[in-house]
Write a protein that binds this ligand. Structure first.
Ligand code: ATP
Length: 294
């Protein structure tokens, strides 16, 4: 999972910085780094707007140089396809998302989007290209409207309402006394984990990224809402290259490919049907979840 730990005294700073200069939620991570871990190359170009498809080529990575977290991970997500990454806690799933977003550089190997090595392009253009719905979403002490659109400040009311409908937020907002103008956060309305997650989904949809990363994007939702949102996300992400990091296997059976990660290594790869037929790791995970759900 992508986790955000913000020291309390940094919140005001972060908020002001975001309001001042940031175009999207993910940039928050780079603000929180006192020393940027990765630097743009001198004269780095922007990632071409039409660059699509993701390739991890023999990627190895460790956070501190001593403990390998990913070992020789290779996969391809062709343009418009959906890849799900599953595996036990600590297997390295979110690390893959962080590397794609270039919070860190790979220790070995390479990551390309549309054949462009992500180390060759500006981080800003890379991060504008990718929309992340993280597991934990940070909301600011501001109105719902501002929380929704700060990633896309020029978004029209119509676009906002459409994104909210897809994220099943319309009813929630309509029921609030001040609708979109309702303040949320520490000094305003307290929202549940599921509502936050739906705000994060609407926010990402407004950004209209070329690639999506859903990091357990619907984990805080009840089963009914999760199912409805997943259907909606499937429609929206239909022609978009998408990485899904999932614990609940029932949410990813329709993905074009599933990668099973264990201790930083790809141990199985295939469609749901293929992996079930192998009676291996994925099959066992499926059986275990099925048993615990009954
Ligand atoms: P989960 O399903 O629990 O979210 P995950 O498969 O997404 O787990 P990662 O978050 O990618 O796992 O973490 C992989 C390993 O890397 C874990 O052992 C974790 O402790 C370690 N790790 C994650 N972030 C850091 C960090 N910033 N510094 C050092 N080690 C880290």
């Amino acid at each position: 999972m992508i986790q955000v730990f913000i020291p309390l005294n940094a919140l005001g700073f972060v908020y002001r910085e975001m309001k001042r200069s940031l175009a999207d939620v993910e940039a928050m991570f780079s603000i929180l780094d006192i020393q940027p871990r990765v630097q743009d190359k001198a004269n780095a170009d922007d990632l071409p707007l039409n660059a699509d498809g993701v390739r991890f080529h023999n990627v190895s990575f460790s956070y501190h140089g001593d403990r390998p977290i990913l070992r020789n991970v290779s996969f391809v997500v062709s343009p418009g396809k959906k890849l799900a990454i599953v595996g036990s806690s600590g297997a390295g799933k979110s690390t893959i998302a962080r590397l794609l977003f270039r919070f860190y550089d790979v220790t070995d190997g390479s990551i390309t989007i549309g054949d462009v090595d992500i180390r060759e392009v500006t981080q800003h253009s890379l991060r504008s290209h990718i929309g992340v719905v993280p597991q934990d979403t940070v909301l600011f002490n501001d109105t719902i409207l501002e929380n929704l659109r700060y990633g896309e400040t020029g978004a029209s009311q119509q676009a906002i309402e459409s994104a909210c409908d897809h994220a099943m937020l319309g009813g929630f907002i309509a029921a609030l006394p001040n609708g979109y103008q309702t303040k949320v956060g520490e000094r305003g309305l307290k929202v549940s984990g599921g509502e936050k997650q739906r705000i994060a989904i609407a926010r990402t949809l407004l950004k209209k990224p070329r690639l999506f990363i859903f990091d357990e994007a619907t984990s805080s939702l009840d089963t009914h809402t999760e199912k409805a949102i997943n259907e909606s996300l499937q429609t929206i992400a239909k022609n978009h290259t998408t990485l899904v990091i999932a614990h609940r296997l029932s949410t990813i059976i329709h993905c074009d490919e599933i990668l099973v990660l264990d201790k930083g290594e790809v141990v199985e790869q295939g469609t749901h049907t293929q992996l079930m037929a192998q009676s291996g790791r994925y099959f066992s995970m499926w059986q275990m979840q099925h048993r615990s759900n009954t």
